[in-house]
Design a binder for this molecule. Structure first.
Ligand SMILES: [Zn+2]
Length: 497
């Protein structure tokens, strides 16, 4: 029978616990100097070794092979084996999420009075302790105030802020840190070698990154790949079996954005989405990759903050040249916002496409305030051909949003639909920016004739340029509405002075 890797390779001693060296050392010292506390609070995100550490501590206190607590439990005696399996008679593991009532804690208190059956200590490991109700916490507090000398408590929680302060103050607290991708990768390689499973190294780094600091998550992903029975394990399997975006395709998408290639950006999105990648996954990946580029720009290609294969590193170095840090910071922030928006949207793909087009064409966008002020000041200065600005790092400034087009459209549709404005909810007091955001949609929604709609379309001949098609995308009311909603702020607006 297949045992999941997380169980099979669970750390057995303080020295085995991965990525929590300082805590291991402190606990070992406490045992050696006989200063073990009555209660511990282990905090940190899921899958980083809290329960494992609790069991190691329990074994150290109760190992039957030696006559006193030891920093090196034998892991072979009946006590150690039972604790490892989570069913020792004296080490009681309680899930705080399901046993969270005052009754359960009262029962615990009554049982705690009795001495352990065969070991030195009766040890209560309460997982997810923050789930206890307030009366349950208060009942627990009573026993924490005057614990019998044979009782130890180890509480684990992902949300320490929900553990009441009076409990916290009676515990020695250890904050577990997320495990670094490097350490996770090291462990994954070691396990695969012990399991005699062939693998490609670029898979290991991708898995380690996906695990987000949780060894348990990394191992369960690895379990899923191993269960396919395919060898060697490779990065392409991530896409095939876990639905993760292919890294080459993501780099390609970022390349299209960097080159201001609107059509290419849309095609690259289409390629990824049609391959089964969800919009949210795609945004997550983009955030991760843009973050890598930001690190390259800020800390250099050799930074330890980067977890990349040689090939990925080379690619990141080349792409980073095409962005500046401000643009990357903006993109990451906007993507994070977008992530929340598309989760609740019925049209996630359109939002995704609009946002990424915005990145690709970022030099062509102005925010609405800038748009209005420069329009009032001098509408003609920014026309194509007039640009004498310094070269933009990311892209050359070929054109910008053509502001005249909007005012034409706006005044035109206003004349046509003046008498219907009240019913459409666009009273005369409506601000300019609102007009600007949806001039075309307004004329349609008010049921104007086809003739009227045509009049409402902007068609000033003197503004037609070779960039008309690109501007059509940028100026599309639907796209603009999304972009304005994203609170677009341009970082390099001064390039167009
Ligand atoms: Zn033992």
């Amino acid at each position: 029978m297949y045992t999941v890797l997380a169980r099979k390779y669970r750390s057995q001693t303080f020295d085995d616990v991965i990525g929590q060296d300082a805590i291991s050392q402190t606990l070992k010292n406490a045992i050696k100097t006989d200063r073990v506390a009555h209660a511990y609070l282990f905090t940190g995100t899921r899958g980083i070794g809290k329960t494992t550490m609790a069991r190691v501590l329990a074994k150290s206190l109760n190992c039957l092979a030696v006559g006193a607590p030891t920093a090196q439990p034998c892991c072979k005696c009946d006590g150690c084996i039972a604790i490892n399996a989570g069913d020792d008679i004296d080490v009681i593991e309680i899930d705080g999420a399901t046993n969270n009532g005052v009754e359960q804690v009262r029962e615990l208190r009554q049982n705690a009075i009795y001495r352990p059956a065969r070991s030195r200590f009766k040890i209560y490991i309460i997982d997810e302790v923050h789930m206890l109700t307030v009366p349950a916490f208060n009942a627990l507090l009573k026993i924490l105030e005057e614990p019998p000398s044979h009782v130890k408590f180890i509480f684990a929680t992902t949300e320490p802020n929900k553990v009441i302060p009076t409990i916290q103050s009676r515990c020695q607290r250890f904050d577990f840190s997320n495990i670094t991708p490097g350490k996770i990768a090291e462990q994954l390689r070691s396990i695969l070698k012990q399991e005699k499973i062939k693998f490609e190294d670029d898979l290991i780094l991708s898995l380690a990154k996906m695990a987000n600091g949780s060894m348990r998550d990394a191992l369960s992903l690895l379990d899923r790949l191993i269960s396919t029975g395919i060898e060697p394990l490779s990065a392409s399997m991530l896409e095939e079996f876990l639905g993760c975006p292919n890294s080459e395709k993501i780099w390609n998408l970022i390349g299209r954005i960097a080159d201001s290639d609107a059509a290419g950006t849309l095609a690259a999105i289409g390629d990824l989405v049609s391959g089964g990648v969800s919009e949210v996954q795609l945004v997550d990946s983009l955030i991760e990759y843009m973050r890598d580029l930001m690190v390259v720009k800020s800390a250099g290609l050799d930074s330890e903050l980067l977890v990349l294969t040689d090939e990925q590193r080379k690619m990141a170095g080349e792409l980073a040249e095409k962005f500046d840090v401000a643009a990357l910071v903006y993109n990451i922030t906007a993507l994070e916002k977008l992530r929340w928006t598309i989760k609740n949207s019925d049209t996630p793909r359109a939002l995704l496409e609009a946002s990424l087009l915005r990145f690709a064409l970022s030099e062509h966008f102005l925010n609405i305030d800038q748009l209005l002020s420069s329009l009032q000041a001098c509408p003609r200065t920014n026309l194509p051909g007039n640009s004498s600005s310094a070269p933009v790092k990311k892209k050359e400034p070929s054109t910008i949003v053509q502001k005249d087009r909007f005012t034409k459209a706006q005044s035109c549709s206003e004349q046509i639909t003046d008498d219907k404005q009240q019913t459409a909810g666009h009273g005369p007091q409506t601000t300019n920016s609102e007009h600007q955001a949806s001039p075309v949609r307004r004329s349609f929604s008010e049921g104007g004739s086809i003739e009227n709609q045509e009049k409402a379309q902007p068609s000033p001949n003197h503004l037609k340029t070779s960039n008309q098609r690109r501007n059509d995308i940028v100026n599309d009311p639907a796209v603009r509405t999304v972009l304005i909603g994203l609170d677009a702020t341009i970082t390099r607006i001064e390039e167009y002075q």
